[in-house]
Design a protein around this ligand. Structure first.
Ligand SMILES: [Zn+2]
Ligand SMILES: [Zn+2]
Length: 453
């Protein structure tokens, strides 16, 4: 295939980098990405994309489309930052940036600008080849814990896509082959009766006791749940600071994960019984507030192989002298970093023969239940960089990170072009998708749960 269309990424390089830097500078957290989404929308509009805003009741979600009809390929763009992780860029010591509160510790500024680069290249490909079809940028806010894509998925917006692709920053060059777990968070609120803890404890009913008992019950439950289930909790309201009061109100946030949405549902029911038992024992009452949920990821081997082929046919970015000097200094700040590893991820990892499980979760799962989906691990950081750390924020604007983003844009576009060239690939991807989902999407998120804006 003639790969000339990829040159548009080089031609618009400065603008794409500027776009990523703007999102980095704004560092807005989940569902508050007003300036970031506006910057992405403005740039896509300027490049003749049509914009649909406010998807699934999320003011910062958007879909940008160029072209008409099928095949319809979408590039996932995330742009939310991590709360309170402000950090000055380009320095190898932890130091809050006085200009901002939050920080792009998951590299979503590179994720979204890389998606834009890919979309521009596919636009160039479609113009040049005269092929039928359309390309979209899926503007997905609130990935971090808020699961924005699950709300967007309700509208059926991902359903019409023939394929969705994304490139998430990380410490390696690889196609993502591991599925992720379905996940949900539910807030449990207990109410009892306040009383003087010394004089009249028998008149009090402690909501804090209920929270503690619920946690104890869940910790015993752990032994009897499938090995790939996960339960985490945080006491978000312990009732107050006074130990001489029987606490009348207390809250605990639960997060559950399981292999798929059905397994998650049965885990949640069992955790709920622990809350019932705790309330019964303490003579308190409780309510539960379902916060958010995302589905597990459906993996599509055909799309993985296709993306791998595209990645392998492009040269990986090479760090320059400045990147190496900075990387070396930064490496000293990373505890337990394996010094035998190369400083920057230097090679494309082959597709594994055996898929190992992954115990994290992402709302890309809700895209993947609706259309064949594939993701790339973009080797944006020095090896060993912990996720969601100040070190990722510090690396957000380096030459190397920018070049990694441009490479991701090109590789995603090349993989997409291959799907336009060979309809057999898409047919096979759809077949694999149907085999795994039966064409039915039952979201992990109940239909009455609204986004916590
Ligand atoms: Zn993250
Ligand atoms: Zn992320």
């Amino acid at each position: 295939m003639d790969m000339d269309f990829l040159s548009v990424v080089d031609a618009k390089k400065e603008e794409i980098i500027q776009l990523a830097d703007t999102v980095w500078d704004n560092a807005e957290t989940a569902f508050k990405e007003y300036r970031s989404s506006a910057a992405l929308i403005a740039y896509l509009k300027k490049n003749d994309f049509e914009i649909e805003k406010n998807i699934g009741g999320l003011p910062t979600a958007f879909i940008a489309t160029w072209g008409t009809g099928h095949p319809e390929i979408g590039f996932i763009a995330e742009y939310d930052a991590i709360s309170d992780l402000s950090q000055i860029e380009g320095i190898a010591e932890q130091k809050k940036d006085p200009a901002r509160v939050h920080g792009h510790a998951c590299g979503h500024h590179l994720y979204c600008a890389g998606a834009v680069a890919a979309a521009l290249a596919v636009q160039a490909y479609l113009k040049k080849s005269g092929k039928k079809g359309s390309v979209k940028v899926l503007g997905c806010p609130g990935e971090e814990g808020s699961f924005g894509k699950a709300y967007m998925a309700r509208t059926g917006i991902f359903r019409s896509l023939d394929a969705a692709m994304g490139g998430h920053p990380g410490c390696m060059w690889a196609v993502r082959t591991r599925p992720s777990l379905a996940c949900c968070s539910i807030l449990y609120k207990f109410d009892g009766r306040a009383s003087h803890a010394g004089a009249t404890p028998h008149l009090g009913r402690s909501a804090l006791d209920a929270v503690e008992l619920m946690n104890v019950a869940v910790n015993f439950l752990r032994e009897h749940i499938p090995y790939d289930n996960r339960v985490h909790y945080a006491i978000t309201d312990a009732g107050g600071n006074a130990p001489n009061v029987v606490q009348p109100h207390a809250e605990v946030m639960y997060m559950m994960r399981a292999n798929d949405n059905a397994a998650l549902n049965s885990l949640c029911k069992r955790v709920h019984k622990c809350a019932e038992g705790a309330a019964h024992a303490t003579e308190t009452t409780f309510s539960s507030d379902f916060h958010s949920a995302c589905s597990n990821i459906i993996t599509i081997p055909t799309l993985q192989k296709n993306l791998y082929k595209a990645m392998a046919s492009l040269p990986l970015p090479v760090p320059d002298e400045e990147d190496v000097a900075f990387g070396k200094e930064l490496a000293k700040t990373i505890v337990d970093r394996d010094d035998k590893e190369p400083l920057y991820p230097g090679e494309l990892l082959p597709l594994p023969d055996v898929i190992t499980p992954h115990f994290g979760s992402t709302d890309t799962g809700d895209v993947s239940w609706n259309c064949p989906t594939v993701q790339m691990h973009v080797g944006s950081w020095i090896t060993g960089t912990p996720g969601h750390s100040w070190q990722t924020v510090a690396q957000g604007k380096t030459n190397y990170a920018h070049n990694a983003m441009l490479y991701a844009g090109k590789a995603l576009a090349l993989a997409a072009a291959q799907l336009f060239e060979d309809p057999q690939l898409l047919a096979q991807a759809k077949k694999e998708h149907f085999e795994k989902t039966g064409g039915i999407y039952e979201p992990a998120m109940p239909p009455d749960v609204m986004p916590h804006l």
